[in-house]
Design a protein around this ligand. Sequence first.
Ligand code: FES
Length: 98
Amino acid sequence: MPELLIEQVRLYSRGQWVGEIVLPDHQFKSPLLIYEWQGGHRAIHRSCPHKEYDLVGCPISRGGVVICPWHGLPVSVVDPKTSFHVIQRDEQFFLQLT
Ligand code: FES
């Protein structure tokens, strides 16, 4: 399965990292939030899909949902429509593309 290196990764808080995807031509960057989830890692876009509130620092619920503090939109870190599978290898994170 193809993978994409997540760049500029830094630990934000326990179990939560920030990073970004940069396409090879550098024409597109997408900031991500990476969460520890059930022994692995999942990522969502850092901006809320409603009005782009920065979700950094938002906790994840037991059900794998991040609630945007601005208007309350739930963003699933489990649903493949809103999140990505992440692999950690050699202290680097990779987005697994399906
Ligand atoms: S910006 Fe997140 S719910 Fe509105």
